[in-house]
Design a protein. Sequence first.
Length: 121
Amino acid sequence: MIGLCITAVGMGAFYILTGFICKKYPNFISVYDALDEYQKQIVPSLTLKVLVVGGIATMIGSFVAFLFESSNGIIASMLLPGLIMPIYHVWKLKYAAKSPKKSKDPKKTINIYNQIKNSNE
């Protein structure tokens, strides 16, 4: 049981370490080269936050399960953050993909289109 708890704490520390490495070297993030400049500013800090919170949740969950002497709880505290973190990260990246520079006003989009069309003629 103590071995499971140590493994869970090590896994949480690994999540946190991976978050700091991705913040320092963002090219380790697989889609980093395909992002625009706005997204390149947001994605490393978002990745750090997600991995640090997941690592802390893993550590605290395993410690609480260890206090209640539940080996199933320790295993769940190792698996659940690892399953939830990628889902949450992708969900947050969907909103990070919306650059504030992009206009939602259709009139502005039409005006820009007309300007480009007139400059090509």
